[in-house]
Write a new protein. Structure first.
Length: 509
């Protein structure tokens, strides 16, 4: 099958002077980098990237809070095409992951085709011309294909609490840390006890006067067992690259197998819960605190917290875990349902992101004029986690329906990239101007996934989490193994798509 023909990205002749590219990629995070690698490997050079920030890196560029690190092993949380023998720790810090993404970007030479500071403000499908019309911060352009790699951990969500905007002290989100404000010696409130909070709290505890952690629901905790990677190990990995490949393969098989069992087998979950409780007993001194920290739902229903520093931090005398619900925030305090007024100088909201309702979904309009947000309603859907009916030539990667708990999301991104490349090759080989997943194919896929979800912990575990959309469906996650997803995205199944031939578009024009 032939590769897509190359047309220079500054070719304006066909469209009356408009900037045109065959492929517009939204975002220069890990998805953008994976797509550039896949495109270049396929011999496709007619693309550009629109990145709203000033640098690459996505979530690892934007999130800079104290203690930020990955809860997936370093060798697994890296591209298959760009192994890194120089990871400093077995679980890497956010800073080193960002440096890694910058190195990959340099190796791929994305700078020549990346427009920084360009946030996509509007994109709509022009059916007559069979292309996308895009408006960003300073540009207007057209593209045959749009690949949305904006991700799901990019737009912070703040809690809907009365008086939040009236607070007179420092207020910021974990995803937009204010490094100009020094919290040393202050009374600080942290709202949330999820994956970000468990890294922030141990760091803040060391320097604040008093730290009040507001918990809505506790999470299951498993020790991380992190350590430094020795110089001897790094030298060995540089000399024998196959060892890193074997390590990555083993971690993939192990984590994929464990998460599959957590998803589908209650007996295995009970074993994991027993391990977590035993760890809590070893590290939490106060029985009353242990009771507050013991979840009432099954492990895996919410994201498992992989950390060895969270519980020890909660043991410290300057830390208080508050489980009474927040009812109001005043100018200098947080008020809880039991009537207590907690005086604070600063509030950190570790309250997550717009996962199933990303703002960009309201800016991308499809064939019938409706946006993604309007098309989805409360329950977003994507065929193979990539395409959506009503949106021809739009491929979204690393977003809806692809999350796998504690498997590396990079594995899912690379799998979806294979699907997109095969779609582009199919379009070129068959002379297609556009492909749009058929409604009946999308509905059948949704029913299949729904059946797969029914017996998972997300549907039966007894909790509410960011995995669930406003309609109560676990639309953010993939209810099987990462290997299974890779198999399902290994070939572009054009038979599931409505197609438009280039000749028909040209004749109509």
């Amino acid at each position: 099958m032939s590769t897509t023909a190359v047309r220079p990205t500054d070719d304006r002749a066909d469209l009356g002077g408009e900037l045109h590219t065959r492929i517009a990629i939204i975002g220069a995070g890990f998805t953008g980098l994976a797509m550039v690698h896949a495109l270049r490997k396929a011999g496709i050079e007619d693309w550009l990237i629109l990145e709203r920030s000033s640098d690459v890196g996505g979530v690892w560029r934007s999130n800079t809070y104290p203690g930020i690190a990955c809860d997936v092993p370093s060798n697994l949380y890296s591209f298959s095409f760009a192994p890194n023998p120089d990871w400093a720790r077995t679980f890497s810090s956010g800073g080193q992951i960002w440096e890694y993404s910058q190195r990959v970007a340099r190796d791929l030479n994305i700078a020549e085709r990346t427009h920084y500071g360009e946030e996509v403000l509007d994109a709509h499908w022009d059916a007559a011309a069979a292309l996308w019309r895009i408006r960003s911060t300073t540009l207007e352009l057209t593209a045959d294909i749009v690949i949305d790699g904006s991700g799901v951990l990019t737009d912070p969500t703040y809690p809907a609490i009365k008086g939040l905007n009236d607070f007179k002290g420092a207020l910021f989100h974990s995803g937009a840390w204010d490094h100009d404000h020094d919290l040393t010696g202050e009374r600080v409130a942290v709202i949330g006890t999820g994956a970000s909070a468990i890294q922030i709290v141990p760091e803040l505890q060391k320097r604040v006067a008093k730290l009040t952690v507001f918990q809505r629901t506790p999470g299951w905790v498993i020790p991380r067992n992190d350590r430094d990677v020795t110089e001897v190990e790094r030298r060995l990995l540089r000399r024998v690259p196959q060892l890193q490949k074997l390590s990555r393969g083993w971690q993939f098989v192990y984590r994929d197998g464990v998460m599959l069992k957590v998803m589908h087998h209650r007996s295995f979950r009970k074993v994991m819960q027993a391990i977590s409780k035993a760890y809590m007993r070893r590290t939490i001194d106060d029985p009353a605190l242990r009771e507050k920290l013991t979840p009432t739902f099954e492990i895996g229903c919410k994201r498992i917290l992989i950390t060895s520093v969270w519980y020890p931090a909660l043991n410290q005398p300057n830390v208080h875990l508050e489980t009474s619900a927040i009812t109001e925030i005043r100018e200098h305090s947080v008020v809880t349902a039991d009537g207590t007024e907690h005086d604070v100088d600063a509030i950190v909201c570790a309250t997550g992101f717009h996962v199933t309702d990303p703002p960009i979904a309201g800016r991308i309009a499809g064939r019938d004029g409706r946006t993604l947000a309007e098309t989805w309603g409360d329950s977003p859907r994507a065929y193979r986690g990539v395409t959506t009916t009503n949106f021809p030539n739009l491929f979204r990667i690393g977003s809806i329906g692809t999350g796998t708990g504690h498997m590396s999301q990079i594995m899912q991104i690379e799998s979806a990239a294979v699907y997109v490349i095969d779609a582009l090759r199919t379009m070129e080989a068959r002379g297609l101007a556009s492909v749009e997943v058929a409604q009946d194919a999308q509905d059948a896929y949704a029913r299949t996934v729904h059946e797969m979800v029914k017996d998972t912990v997300w549907a039966t575990g007894g909790c509410a989490s960011w995995y669930l959309d406003p309609g109560g469906e676990p639309s953010a996650v993939w209810p099987s193994s990462a290997w299974h997803y890779r198999k399902w995205t290994s070939r572009f199944d054009v038979e599931a798509y409505w197609v438009t031939e280039r000749a028909a578009v040209a004749a109509a024009a």
